[in-house]
Design a protein around this ligand. Structure first.
Ligand SMILES: [Zn+2]
Length: 125
């Protein structure tokens, strides 16, 4: 099934790209945007344009739509356990966040690099 993974592909296309994730780890859209980036995805912090690595907890501005040998249950469990570990989310919100994340990658062909702009996900071309 399709999931988003951290990638260094297209890094540098934007001046303020960064990637601290482990290449290939699962990522999610970081749910929280702080004051610095709230109105500007190119703000001083970076959280308005970042994906969060589910294992490393670090951030990247580029994610790859990857076809991984995960069942939907495996993927949901990976997301769920990472969210629980991060302690940034209410346990009650986790099923909704998980579902949203799994749907996200489904909208793009495998191999598409996507970026995050204040909650909006776009393909990079
Ligand atoms: Zn921030």
């Amino acid at each position: 099934m399709k999931l988003l993974t951290a990638t260094s592909r297209t890094q540098g296309d934007r001046d303020n790209d960064f990637t601290f994730c482990v290449e290939g780890e699962l990522v999610m859209v970081s749910g929280f945007v702080c004051e610095a980036d709230r109105l500007d995805p190119d703000g001083g912090c970076g959280c308005g344009r970042a994906f969060a690595g589910l294992n490393s907890g670090k951030a990247t501005t580029t994610a790859l739509v990857s076809d991984l040998n995960f069942t939907p249950e495996d993927a949901a469990e990976a997301v769920r356990s990472a969210l629980l570990r991060s302690k940034m989310f209410d346990a009650d919100d986790i099923p909704g966040i998980t579902e949203e994340l799994l749907e996200l990658a489904d909208g793009y062909p495998v191999g598409t690099v996507v970026e995050h702009r204040l909650g909006e996900i776009r393909a990079r071309v």
